[in-house]
Design a binder for this molecule. Structure first.
Ligand code: 3HC
Length: 317
């Protein structure tokens, strides 16, 4: 396990870090940790936080056009939850010495990522249900193991986030069940949305393990408890029966149960598309960052007022 070039005095601290990880216990903010561990945690937590905040845009697009007050209230609650998830996660990153303003600048400057899934457009109201079912469903698959991640503040933030993601996934699936019991046009709208979001949802789990530069070390440090491919497979196995119950087909001709493996076999993800999207060339990357930049600039007066108030009243900024 990499613990960096430690000085003799640090050797005991590094040994304690390694023992804590080996015992699957948690590292806390004041504990000694290798620089690489701190850097990886800041990177992953920041990008997770960015994903939550950017993820408000595609669904927010439908708040004013929800078909009923009930659907509008549910969608408003969900989008507000995502903002809260971002706040918990930026707060977790700050326990590692990161500065929230710096992280926002890295996001807006295109030097930190957010989840590829949010670079796809929401073209119909069915997308609100499909995002809840597939995107939040994938997020739950990925995030439940993170409740046992080795960094304490991150793992604890995940517990609250996963509870709320479960509501997000259920409301999406219920919305789709309602539409699938509706008109042929509503059923066609759901199927068209599933066709657009299925493969990008599988990309949320990251590149294949043999193309992931971070997974090996993140597994060794207990940051990840499962690899990208393991969680992708878990998501497929969980989702296929749900699709059957819903009455939609998943757009993958190679999808079939493999009794030898005890899992569903599925087709190859388009990794060229994935690389293009995380490289900034997805359908909505420019729009998402422009909106985030505009919101940051429009909100500068609030930050300035808060800093001025704190300076005047002598509170810690
Ligand atoms: N979108 C954007 N970038 C991605 C990505 C994706 N779907 N998958 C991988 N990448 C990036 C990684 O960040 C890394 O780039 P970097 O080194 O410049 O940061 C590179 O591709 C290689 O990928 P790795 O698998 O080696 O990287 P990780 O070990 O960090 O694994 C991950 C990627 C599985 C996404 C991991 O970071 C993770 O589990 N993050 C926490 C969960 C998270 O961020 N989820 C976002 C989903 S959206 C969400 O939760 C909102 C909810 O409301 C739906």
């Amino acid at each position: 396990m990499e613990t960096g070039d430690t000085q003799p005095g640090e050797a005991a601290l590094a040994a304690h870090f390694d023992a804590t990880i080996a015992l699957m216990r948690q590292i806390e903010p004041r504990d000694w940790m290798p620089d690489g561990y701190r850097k990886t945690m800041i990177r992953q937590i920041a990008q997770h936080a960015h994903s939550e905040i950017i993820g408000m845009q595609p669904e927010g697009n439908w708040i004013t056009r929800a078909p009923s007050l009930r659907r509008k209230a549910i969608l408003l609650a969900k989008v507000q939850d995502e903002a809260g998830h971002g706040m918990y996660l930026y707060a977790a990153a700050e326990t590692l010495g990161a500065d929230r303003a710096d992280l926002t600048a890295l996001l807006i400057g295109g030097r930190q990522k957010y989840s590829s899934i949010f670079n796809y457009p929401t073209l119909s109201y069915a997308d609100v249900g499909v995002i809840g079912w597939l995107v939040d469903g994938a997020a739950i698959c990925n995030q439940v193991p993170l409740c046992r991640s080795s960094y304490g503040p991150y793992a604890r933030a995940m517990v609250r986030i996963c509870k709320e993601e479960s509501f997000h996934q259920r409301q999406g699936y219920e919305l789709l069940l309602t539409m699938m019991r509706g008109t042929a046009a509503q059923q066609a709208m759901v199927q068209e949305s599933v066709d657009r979001f299925w493969w990008p949802s599988l990309m949320m789990f990251g590149p294949p393990d043999d193309q992931s530069p971070n997974t090996g070390q993140s597994m060794a440090w207990g940051i990840k408890r499962h690899t990208n491919d393991e969680l992708r497979q878990r998501f497929v196995d969980m989702t296929v029966p749900q699709a059957d119950k819903l009455g939609v087909t998943l757009p993958d001709e190679r999808l079939r149960w493999n009794p030898e493996r005890g899992h569903y076999d599925f087709g190859e993800v388009d990794w060229a598309e994935f690389k293009a999207v995380i490289g900034g060339n997805g359908p909505c990357n420019a729009e998402r960052i422009a909106r985030r930049r505009a919101a940051h600039e429009d909100g500068s007066w609030v930050r300035e007022a808060a800093v001025a108030y704190a300076a005047k009243h002598g509170e810690a900024s």
